[in-house]
Ligand binder design. Structure first.
Ligand code: CTP
Length: 288
């Protein structure tokens, strides 16, 4: 296991790239480098991976891998529904939670497919090499990919923030502003509920989990999440509170796990990597 740290120019130098490939081909695993401030004062890819990530990767290399041989699909990020060549309807999801869940599964030996909707490249680059990343930028593309991959999976954790509506018409030319027009209406049609669709198709040896992103007080969030769990048909729903200040991006989070009937089966809090670890542990208990 190698944890390199160097200047971006050196990391990206063709000689280094070739050496990295040779080592990977011989079975060496890399963690990092990650992007950020470098000792030269420049910014870029080249920082040593965080110690806790190196520690977790060491454990994973040394462990037999609790998820060895299992196939897991994770969705992450926010979908974008195109309006015209330059505009879309989107949301504030960073994709961080789903990426951390994918990372935990991969570290524990699972073969992971990540359905990635508009996630920052540096976040995707931080994933272990073996994770298969499938670009699913819109709700329609994610639905199709989910249906294609799901039959081969033991577990699906759908953490993406998927648009519930998409524009009825895609305008192939840029929509022009109408002078003096004060209001503008868009016609939208509903998208497929991917999670509910997978839940309705799953076999007894498959587990489907999703999220319920809710706003309001924690009590309201729990109530809305439990109602959602009863509607979706999934095995587990992870309820989390979102808003402009909570839930999205790189901040502490709190999650309540409920089963398909809305009964509580776990409560977790911490930063997203910590909660992701607890989520993967709970999924494992439910699979057994
Ligand atoms: N989801 C999905 N397909 C959609 C919308 C949501 O698969 N078209 C999934 C999400 O990935 C998540 C779960 O459903 O796992 C709940 O998403 P959320 O946005 O909380 O709920 P919605 O079903 O969209 O309901 P609402 O927006 O009314 O809260």
């Amino acid at each position: 296991l190698l944890a390199p740290a160097m200047h971006t120019n050196m990391w990206e130098n063709p000689a280094t790239r070739k050496n990295v490939q040779t080592l990977q081909a011989r079975g060496a695993r890399f963690i990092g480098p990650v992007a950020g401030e470098l000792s030269s004062g420049d910014r870029g890819l080249g920082r040593l991976a965080p110690e806790e990530d190196i520690y977790a990767e060491v454990l994973s290399v040394l462990s037999t891998g609790k998820w060895q041989g299992k196939k897991v699909m994770v969705s992450a990020g926010g979908t974008r529904e195109p309006l015209d060549p330059v505009r879309f309807l989107g949301n504030r999801s960073s994709g961080r939670f789903g990426v951390e869940i994918a990372r935990q599964f991969a570290w524990q030996g699972a073969q992971v497919t990540l359905l990635a909707a508009n996630i920052e490249p540096t976040l995707l680059e931080s994933l272990p090499g073996g994770v298969e990343v499938v670009a699913t930028p819109s709700a329609g593309k994610m639905h199709q990919a989910a249906l294609d991959y799901f039959p081969h999976m033991q577990v699906a954790v759908m953490a993406a923030a998927v648009a519930d509506y998409q524009p009825v018409d895609f305008q192939s030319e840029k929509i022009k502003k109408v002078p003096n027009q004060q209001e503008f209406s868009l016609r939208l049609r509903s998208t497929a509920d991917i999670l509910a669709d997978l839940a309705s198709k799953k076999h007894s040896d498959q587990l489907v989990a999703g999220f319920a992103a809710e706003t309001g007080s924690w009590e309201q969030v729990l109530q809305l999440g439990k109602e959602k769990a009863r509607r979706k048909g999934a095995d587990i729903i992870f309820i989390n509170q979102v808003g402009t200040e909570t839930g999205f991006g790189d901040i502490a989070t709190r999650v309540c796990a409920v089963d398909g009937e809305g009964s509580e089966i776990g409560q977790f809090s911490g930063n997203k990597p910590q909660v992701a670890t607890q989520i993967v542990t709970l999924v494992r208990q439910q699979v057994q």
